[in-house]
Write a protein that binds this ligand. Structure first.
Ligand code: 5RP
Length: 220
């Protein structure tokens, strides 16, 4: 089994969490893309989806799945998305694909957040993966200086704009021992749109693809 096969396994396992006749929140990235493909096999049993990025929206529509604006949706039973890192508390770093802000909004609305990830994403301490921060362009240097003060080394993601028209700073060198505290501190820096720490609203369940099968993790 290779990493893609582990991702396939969790993408398929996630179908069991989709609530029939409801709208499902769908994430962004390679694991989410595999989930979209799997979801297309049950598209007649769901009302539709909300998408965490333009890429995901196009892929869902390409499979004939109706995509709703989040503002039209009063209830979202489940959100299914990947992660760049996940710790035992099911706190995550996300945003490797740059979709962190829309992902965080959908996660906030969803009743249950199911993270789908292969075992390379499991860590004890978050931070080896550079933490993405979406910034208003004119605030980039200010936010970068603030992140240096917090012990990080920010790098502008070259040639990239988010779906919201903003920039991404990838912050290297952090050892995140207090994910909730750091998420809150970064949110308070003026010019930050959102940051890729998903700790205040962690996943509820993680389907982890391992070489001995799919493990179902909950926070501890
Ligand atoms: C995109 C994300 C993705 O969930 C994260 O980058 C994981 O991606 P992949 O499934 O390709 O490993 O947060 O913004």
């Amino acid at each position: 089994m290779n990493q893609d096969e582990l991702k396939q396994a969790v993408a398929h396992a996630a179908l069991a969490y989709v609530v029939e006749d409801s709208i499902v929140g769908v994430g962004t990235g390679s694991t989410a893309r595999m989930f979209i493909k799997a979801l297309s096999g049950m598209k007649d049993r769901i009302t539709g989806a909300v998408a965490s990025s333009e890429d995901t929206r196009k892929r869902l529509e390409g499979h004939g799945i109706r995509v709703f604006d989040l503002n039209e949706v009063s209830e979202l039973p489940v959100y299914i998305d990947g992660a760049d890192e996940i710790n035992p508390g099911l706190h995550m770093i996300k945003g490797g694909g740059g979709a962190l802000t829309r992902e965080k909004i959908i996660a906030a609305v969803a009743k249950t957040f199911v993270c789908i990830a292969d075992e390379s994403k499991r860590v004890n301490v978050l931070g080896a993966f550079p933490l993405p921060i979406e910034v208003i362009p004119m605030a980039t240097a200010h936010v970068a200086r603030a992140m240096v003060d917090l012990g990080g080394s920010p790098v502008l993601r070259e040639g990239f704009r988010t779906d919201n028209g903003n920039l991404i700073l990838d912050v290297h060198g952090l050892q995140i021992v207090d994910p909730v505290g750091l998420e809150t501190r970064i949110n308070h820096i003026v010019g930050v749109v959102s940051n890729g720490l998903f700790a205040r609203r962690p996943a509820d369940i993680c389907l982890l693809g391992t070489y001995s099968g799919v493990q179902v993790l909950s926070a501890h």
